[in-house]
Every structure is written in C-alpha cells, then in structure tokens.
Design a protein around this ligand. Structure first.
Ligand code: PLP
Length: 406
C-alpha cells in the first residue's frame, strides 16, 4: 500500500486548526494522538443510533451494542494476534490495566519477601502500582538499570532474578528516551525460570507490529488514546491460563455468575474482569482506530515514522547546542533533548506561541530524569501524520528560541 502522508493528514480534522494564527504542528503524540474523522464519526454514530447498555438487555439496541462491543474485542484480538478473544480485557487504559493486574496478581501470587522486577526507564504507571503492591505485601521492587545511551543493561538481569522473583514488568518503548527494548530476549530469559512477563505496550502498539503469541509475553497492556482511538479505553491482554487463575480486581455487575449474601461466583473470561458498565463506546471507537491503522498498514506507518525520526534527529543535531537524551541505536518516534542553557519549560512556551506542540517536563518518568540529573526534557514524539514540514517548523522554532535566550 502506498503511504501518502499528505493524504493521511486530511483524515485528521484537528490538523487544520490554527494555534495563535499559525498552522498547528502537533508533536506530542506520545502523550495522546489526534483522532481521524472515521473514529470521531463512529463515536458520534454510535451515540446517535445504537447507544444502549451492553450484555444486559434483550431489546434491539442492547443486542446491537453488545454485538459491536464483542466485535471490537475480536478486532483487538486480531490486531495483536491473541489466541482467544476472551484473553482481551477492556480497561480504562494502560494505567488501569497495570493497576488491575498488580492488585489481582499481587493478591494471589505475591507474598512477604517476594520480588518484582521493573526497569529504571518505566513510566510511573509501571512503577507506582508495583510499589504499592510491594508495600502492601512486604515484597521488594528490584530495578534493572539503563546506560547513558538509554539501553537497558540487560546483562544484569540474570543477577537480579532470584527464586523470589514473581514477575518482570517492562516497557516495550520508553516514553522518555524512545528506546525499543529487547523484550523478546527478556521474555525468553524470564521464561527459562518460569517467571511471567508483562509488557507495557503504550508507546509501541501505534508504531510496531505486535504479535503477542510470537512475543510469548504473559501480559500486554496499552491505551486507545495513544493509537488514534478515544480516551478512557485500553487493553489488558493476558494468556488464558493466567487470566483463568487470577482473581477479579473489581467487583460489581456483569462480572458475576451467582450472587448471594453468603457467596458470589464469578462470570467466565473475559467478563470476570469487566465489572460494571464498561466504556463500550470507547471500545467501539478504539476498534475503528485499529481498522484505520490496519488499512494504512503498520509497516508503512513504521517506515514513515522512522524516516521522520531520522530527519528530525539529524536536523536537530545540526542546529548545535542541543543535548540528546536517549541515543540508542534502536529507537521509535521519540526525541528527548535540551537546548543547552535554556530551561525546557521556557523553550516549550515559546514553541507553543509558534503553534508547535511539544512536551516539556519529566514525562511521568522521574527516575529517567534522576538518572541524568536533570529536571526534565523537551520531548518531540512523532505520529503517522507528521511530515518533514513539521520538523522544519520545529527546527525554525528552536533556532528562534536560541536567539531569544542568547
Ligand atoms: N506507559 C507508558 C510507556 C506511557 O507512555 C504511558 C503514557 O504516557 C502510560 C504507560 C500510561 O498511559 P495512560 O495514561 O494512557 O494510562
């Protein structure tokens, strides 16, 4: 399929917007992506024509809504090549997925003295829930460090693992450094010692083709809003065996079989993990976003984004006076940097006035900033609709920032 970025841009209404009378350059895709018209229309169409609570009613609208929701589940299953549709749990997002799993897994499998391994480059969403679990259970959180290029010191993993290790949780792509981690190697190594692995796919799913069976990960999580879908919806994928054996992390309607005051039995997968009225409109919108990515082609998207990443990295470097954070050979769509002598926040404010949206701050990855002893970076994160002209505008903006503060 031919990838034509100018045609793609027409699919995203917000890209026509002017900010302070300047055409928008949106380079904050790591935080959230913009939505194509097909997703916006689908959500609008669903509310205006099919809205009804799922799984509950015998009436026409409820049946329609249920059918579309379950179709959305199958779309996600196909997209990540899960073995079964009931291994796909709809949640509120990556954060919701990890918190739910940390609670559920922790209740059953983590006891005093046990250990959980994460890495130094995790988003807070993949740190804090494990920390909370470790406090609750008097377990220990162990950290796999990264080097100054932003590569995990994978050779140290074997020594971190012990017979107390209950789970390893690692991000596929770092949201603060852009590093693509060797997750397959980590999974293989962990499995040799029967340790399950959770992959945080929040920054990978929109850029890299994901096959959970090939990866052989035990859990994989991601958010709809970072992959051109709606907010408030995300996925917890788990292998059947794990999900069958884990307790639910929320109680309420829909997740039960029989409820009496003496005892409650739980529904089958996946409903056991979907208590209450789920964000079914979000799920349907997310499936539309997945269709959009499928129709565009994830490999074409990946190739295009790599080109823009290379172009942006090169053009930022030749400006001079810029320090890059995260210089791994294997990177995806994220450039973290500082303009020497200029605070990231000041730079971000000036860029904003030129209609250029970048992220400044710690990117919810404070340990990454602590590693480099800085209080934040400017983060440029690329989406499928970014073009070379966006990069040119960014570079012009940065040159202007340097002039202003020199
Ligand atoms: N994990 C990573 C790597 C992320 O980049 C993010 C968000 O930036 C999250 C988790 C949390 O995602 P959400 O806020 O959609 O739950």
């Amino acid at each position: 399929m031919n990838f034509n970025v100018e045609e793609i841009r027409k699919d995203f209404p917000i890209l026509n917007k002017k900010i302070y009378n300047k055409p928008l350059v949106y380079l904050d895709n790591g935080a959230t992506t913009q939505k194509p018209a097909v997703v916006i229309d689908r959500v609008h169409q669903f509310y205006s024509q099919f809205n009804s609570s799922i799984h509950r009613g015998v009436h026409y609208l409820s049946e329609q809504a249920t059918e579309e929701y379950e179709k959305a589940r199958k779309t996600v299953q196909r997209f990540i090549n899960a073995k079964h549709d009931y291994e796909i749990i709809f949640t509120s997002g990556t954060t919701g997925s990890i918190n739910g799993l940390a609670f559920s897994f922790g209740e059953k499998y983590v006891h005093k003295g046990d250990e959980i391994i994460i890495t130094e480059m995790e988003h807070h969403a993949n740190i804090v829930p494990w920390q909370m679990l470790c406090e609750r259970k008097e377990a220990q959180l162990k950290i796999l460090p990264f080097n100054n290029k932003g590569d995990l010191e994978i050779e140290k993993l074997n020594n971190l693992i012990s017979d107390k290790t209950k789970l390893i949780s690692v991000t596929y792509v770092s949201n603060a450094l852009g590093t693509i981690n060797p997750v397959k190697d980590i999974i293989d190594l962990a499995h040799k010692q029967n340790i399950p692995v959770l992959i945080d796919g929040a920054q990978a799913i929109q850029h890299i083709s994901i096959d959970v069976q090939e990866l052989d990960c035990d859990f994989f999580v991601f958010s709809g809003h970072k992959m051109y879908g709606p907010t408030g919806i995300g996925i917890l994928y788990g292998k059947e065996n794990w999900l069958e054996n884990l307790p639910p992390f929320q109680g309420g309607g829909d997740m039960v079989d029989v409820v009496t005051f003496e005892k409650t039995t739980f529904n089958a997968l996946p409903f056991k993990f979907e208590a209450g009225t789920t964000n079914y409109i979000g799920a349907i919108g997310m499936a539309e976003a997945l269709h959009y990515i499928e129709n565009t082609g994830i490999h074409s998207i990946n190739k295009h984004e790599e080109e823009i990443l290379g172009y942006a990295t090169h053009n930022l470097e030749i400006i001079g006076g810029i320090t890059m954070y995260g210089t791994s050979e294997k990177k995806s769509s994220i450039i973290s940097f500082l303009i020497n002598g200029i605070h990231q926040y000041d730079a971000g404010m000036v860029l904003d006035k030129m209609g250029i949206a970048v992220r400044t701050g710690t990117h919810c990855a404070q340990p990454v900033m602590q590693h480099f002893n800085i209080d934040g970076t400017i983060r440029v994160s690329i989406g499928l609709y970014n073009n070379k002209s966006d990069v040119d505008r960014l570079c012009e903006g940065i040159i202007k920032v340097k002039e202003m503060f020199s």
